[in-house]
Design a protein around this ligand. Sequence first.
Ligand SMILES: Nc1ncnc2c1ncn2[C@@H]1O[C@H](COP(=O)(O)OP(=O)(O)OP(=O)(O)O)[C@@H](O)[C@H]1O
Ligand SMILES: [Mg+2]
Length: 267
Amino acid sequence: MTCNPTRNPFAQTETAAVGVSIEGLSKSFGRFEVLKNVTFSVAPGEIFVLMGPSGSGKSVLLKHIVGLEQPSAGRVTVAGRDASSEATRAQVRMALVFQSGALFNSLSVYDNLALYPREHQIADEAAIREKVMRALQILSLEGSAHKAPSELSGGMKKRVAIARGLVMEPQLMLYDEPTSELDPVMAATISEIIATLKDEYHVTSIVVSHDRELALGIADRVGILMGGELVSLGTPADLRTPADPRVAEFLYPKIDLKNPRFKKLET
Ligand SMILES: Nc1ncnc2c1ncn2[C@@H]1O[C@H](COP(=O)(O)OP(=O)(O)OP(=O)(O)O)[C@@H](O)[C@H]1O
Ligand SMILES: [Mg+2]
């Protein structure tokens, strides 16, 4: 599936957003079933936010989309092709911004970003430099190009990981907790970048996040995973007043100040 080709500022070629389809996906590690019959699809150019409690299977689901995990049952397709096949990864440019950043510690920030275009020989060194510096500028990291990842804060590593994704000129961008460890201003900037990629360049985005403001602010649709099941699928407007009490409790937790645990704080 494709939509209108659009010029990505990083790309030397035309890019077209791709759709993703998850059909009856189940995944077990040994006897532990982490994903249970999950079905949804993401349209080309859509921003889909996946939320859910810790351990509900969000990262495992993302790994299926980029072919790092294989389904125990069901099917995952990207642009109509099997996500686990080498051919799909060769044809569709996908960037996964890992929860941990997953940077190469032996390489500088600059070389981490330049790695993909160099390996795939998609530009000469001068053009790579332009792309890398532009991505660093967008993420307010110009001053860190020469640094090693070990010299950066957690939030800076996260931004480098996003910048590295941008340099890949992706048709599909997947983010795992892009705003965790960031201050509110930088979190808002990241949300803006995700929204800009959609509006101007029609990149398809799948964002795993605990950040309710981000989800309600930029998502076209939001899915909520609980215990490996997709318990809710709808628009941000649907989530203002969730019908399912589990979803309501997850999104709008009530703090019971009469709970004895809080008494200790009173003096
Ligand atoms: N390779 C693996 N082998 C065995 N169990 C795994 C593996 N990967 C993930 N799991 C388990 O699958 C469950 C879901 O993990 P996942 O990382 O998808 O959670 P998550 O929803 O991303 O949580 P968080 O919000 O904390 O990042 C966890 O119980 C985890 O221990
Ligand atoms: Mg995770």
